[in-house]
Design a protein around this ligand. Sequence first.
Ligand SMILES: [Zn+2]
Length: 297
Amino acid sequence: MPDQRLTQITNFWSDVFEKDGRQFSRVVIESTYPLSYQLSSTTASVMMSIRRARANINYSKTEVYDGLINELAVRQNEAENITVEIAIDYEAPFTINFSEGIPARTVIVFDRMHLYKVFSSLKIVIDPGHGGDDKGGSGPVDLLEKNVALILAEQTKIYLDKYGAQTFLTRKIDQNLPLRNRFNLAFKNKADLFISLHTSYDKNPEVKGLSVGYNPAAAGSEKLAGLIAAEVARKIKRDIREIKRDSQLTALKNIPGIIVEPVTISNYVEEGLLRNPHLYEKVALGIFNGVKEHFYG
Ligand SMILES: [Zn+2]
């Protein structure tokens, strides 16, 4: 009676993978034996109630925020019963696959197709700030804003491209580029959005945190700035210092435009964060999530 065996949950994780050029979110539950479970789902979560199982933790919650899966929670209940809850951002079709072995793997695969619907109609200009002689701010050790801005922009482009957005980088190399040329790229392509990547700088080395500026002349820019600030702050776990009107962006006229400064390069700790490649991925994912929220809600 395999049903009577007590199963140990040994691991629990989530990622995004690509198959045949399409993106999927998956949650993997590893266990010593196959799981015996009951499934229920709502628009906000998928729940598995697993019988005859033990986890080596009483309660654990993991933040995912990959644009579809928000959080994973595992709870050990009384009577050798475990609840797994996958909090989701919107209802998406999913399948459950099982593979036997040591460990046994139960895999819940969610289709991220919905995200293509949001992004494939969007034209987005991504603007790495500064370049060439214009170095932007510099960190107390040796990082330059113009260089980190380019990496931030490239990462953001990767995420947006994956879901079919049409993206345009204002610069791909270390070059001087007048603001006017950057904005013209947005006009020429009738962009839906202009996103500029920078870092903050302050003479006071104690100043830290993230800042987002927006084009006050375009409807929706302020809302977009708020959503992106919240999503980026959550991903990189830094405080929002300010969300502000940016008068230079008014030259974009009615094109929603924002300038994202995820960290303050003049702060010793935050300059250090810019040495970690994961920071760039997290900022990009935060921007991606903010844009998605803006256009989809
Ligand atoms: Zn700058």
